[in-house]
Write a protein that binds this ligand. Structure first.
Ligand SMILES: [Zn+2]
Length: 71
């Protein structure tokens, strides 16, 4: 009797939006929790300003946004 229950493990933590997008500090390797500031840059790029709580090091990451044409 084929009674196959398809159980998918979807035990993803709710507090992590995109998995491993959060950077770590290049100086002390502490993990960043939230960007201090964000700015839209040309060419669909978003820049995030990060500031390390542990050592005070600040750096910027840039992400290219896949823009969906809506107009
Ligand atoms: Zn640091």
């Amino acid at each position: 009797m084929p009674a196959i229950a398809e159980i998918r493990s979807t035990a993803l933590p709710h507090s992590v939006p995109r998995g491993s997008d959060l950077p770590t500090c290049p100086v002390c390797a502490d993990s960043m929790i939230a960007a201090e500031a964000s700015a839209y840059l040309p060419d669909n790029v978003i820049g995030h300003l990060w500031s390390c709580d542990t050592c005070g090091y600040g750096f910027v990451t840039k992400h290219v946004v896949q823009r969906i044409a809506c107009n």
